[in-house]
Design a protein around this ligand. Structure first.
Ligand SMILES: NC(=O)c1ccc[n+]([C@@H]2O[C@H](COP(=O)([O-])OP(=O)(O)OC[C@H]3O[C@@H](n4cnc5c(N)ncnc54)[C@H](OP(=O)(O)O)[C@@H]3O)[C@@H](O)[C@H]2O)c1
Length: 243
């Protein structure tokens, strides 16, 4: 299957991490679809990507955080693109530091879980069947290292939400060991920023995007978790330096 025949759905593609992935995939010649709740974010994404790739980007306004919302988004997507061959799930938020647990409400915890876990689960349930039975297809989850430790004072619910996303990915790997569709997880154990917001120690979203695009392009062995702590770790994803 040539790259122009592949349609990659990037969930969270208008976000910090997702936008770097979308740009890299388009630059490599993939068709890319992005669902966002916010048409302004989709417009910003369209002006961010390389001008000569705009025709290969399909944008859809939709909410993949509920079963009803994701079903509508799926119908709209299939009407526009006909099929998808790959999914990258980069849902959630960049940072949360609402305070220690005794200062928080159940509503705060709901919001964190909705953003990091429920949308990941609901969209996986809707989109995985479209790629599940084809060994040329891939499904990649972007997760955060925050799920393994408290990053700093006041970030507790980030740890709870990120840990639930890590656990969900582990469950999928163990429940579907023989899935023809390749399952990948990129566990990002550091901050990610756009070029304008880069600070020392962070990963540039363009470099991360490039590594994710290469992963989708080259198709490694399935069920692999790539842990990324610094830019040098991005090389662990790449089998062939020439792509
Ligand atoms: N940024 C970092 O430093 C960092 C580091 C390690 C790991 N990560 C992980 O990377 C992932 C993405 O983070 P990010 O920094 O890119 O966050 P972000 O900039 O806030 O982007 C998150 C994206 O998720 C989308 N989203 C959430 N709920 C949705 C829903 N119900 N329907 C449709 N879209 C929904 C948002 O879409 P809308 O456009 O609709 O708002 C947004 O585009 C997270 O899982 C995070 O844990 C990030």
């Amino acid at each position: 299957m040539s790259k122009s025949d592949r349609v990659v759905l990037v969930l969270g593609g208008a976000g910090t991490v997702g936008s770097g992935i979308v740009k890299a995939l388009l630059d490599k010649g993939f068709k890319v679809a992005v669902i966002s709740r916010d048409s302004n974010r989709l417009e910003r994404l369209t002006s961010f990507i390389s001008a000569n790739t705009k025709d290969s980007l399909i944008t859809i306004v939709g909410d993949v955080g509920s079963e009803v919302g994701v079903e509508q988004a799926k119908q709209d997507l299939l009407k526009k693109v006909g099929k998808i061959t790959d999914v990258i799930s980069s849902l959630g938020f960049s940072w949360w530091q609402g305070g220690p647990p005794h200062t928080q409400t159940l509503k705060d915890l709901h919001w964190v879980m909705e953003s990091l876990l429920f949308s990941t689960f609901v969209s996986w349930k809707a989109f995985f069947p479209l790629v599940r039975d084809d060994s040329k297809c891939t499904y990649t989850f972007i997760t955060g290292g925050a799920g393994e430790k408290l990053l700093m004072h006041g970030t507790g619910f980030l740890t709870v939400g990120a840990a639930s996303a890590l656990a969900f990915c582990q469950v999928l790997r163990e429940e579907y060991p023989e899935s023809p569709c390749k399952l990948y997880q990129m566990k990002i154990d550091t901050g990610v920023a756009t070029t304008e917001r880069m600070t020392p120690g962070y990963l540039n979203h363009l470099d991360l995007g490039d590594a994710v695009a290469k992963l989708v392009e080259q198709q490694n062995a399935s069920h692999v978790v790539f842990t990324i702590r610094c830019p040098a770790d991005l090389k662990s994803v790449v089998l062939d330096e020439n792509i």
